[in-house]
Design a protein around this ligand. Structure first.
Ligand SMILES: C[S@@+](CC[C@H](N)C(=O)[O-])C[C@H]1O[C@@H](n2cnc3c(N)ncnc32)[C@H](O)[C@@H]1O
Length: 183
């Protein structure tokens, strides 16, 4: 089974998937994260992860190729319009019958109020990020993930709160979706 991890960061999810037996292709544009990820991979003798420095907006997304595409907390690091640009290529890149797993910070996020008060909105719900890894921060709107994947079969759909994965905030507004490309 093949899996593409889009915006893999330091690779925690890729490692999880690799340990479940997937052949993982992991892409990210942040070389610092990828360096740490490569070191971890070699320290732990993991052979079924290919790590590539790539911009998710420029990646080729080969057609009908992956059993699973996982894109966790990455679309919230893009502009809304950029996220929309990669949707169709991603949908075509997963095999018929394959899965797409997406998550994003969303409209419920406590930080959104503060961003609205203090920052200019450059696109709907999109801001320049104040700190950290990425230049942009997009808080996905209510129902938007479900809407953009409505041509796929939705298997799991969550909108609510989730603990911060990196322990930097008490909690985040979180949208999460798992969907299946029709066979
Ligand atoms: C919040 S981190 C999430 C990392 C990982 N998916 C996780 O859940 O731990 C966002 C990641 O998306 C990557 N990213 C953002 N925009 C990207 C782009 N256009 N192309 C590739 N990676 C991107 C960042 O470099 C960063 O590693």
């Amino acid at each position: 089974m093949t899996l593409l991890d889009v915006g893999c960061g330091e690779g925690a999810d890729s490692v999880f998937y690799a340990r479940k037996g997937f052949h993982v292709t992991a892409i990210d544009k942040n070389e610092t994260y990828l360096k740490r990820f490569r070191a971890y991979r070699s320290d732990h003798g993991i052979s079924n992860i290919t790590i590539l420095e790539r911009d998710a907006l420029e990646y080729g997304y080969p057609r009908n190729t992956y059993d699973v595409i996982s894109c966790i907390l990455v679309l919230c690091c893009m502009k809304r319009s950029e996220f929309e640009r990669i949707l169709e290529p991603m949908k075509r890149s997963v095999k018929p019958g394959g899965l797409i797993i997406m998550s994003s910070r969303n409209y419920l996020d406590p930080e959104l109020k503060d961003y609205k008060k203090t920052q200019a909105m450059i696109e709907p719900n999109t801001f320049h990020k104040k700190e950290d890894c990425c230049r942009f921060l997009y808080f996905i709107e209510q129902g938007r993930l479900r809407e953009v994947f409505s041509d796929l079969e939705i298997l799991y759909d969550f909108e609510g709160y989730a603990p911060c994965k990196y322990n930097e905030h008490p909690r985040h507004g979180d949208s999460y979706l798992i969907c299946k490309r029709p066979a």
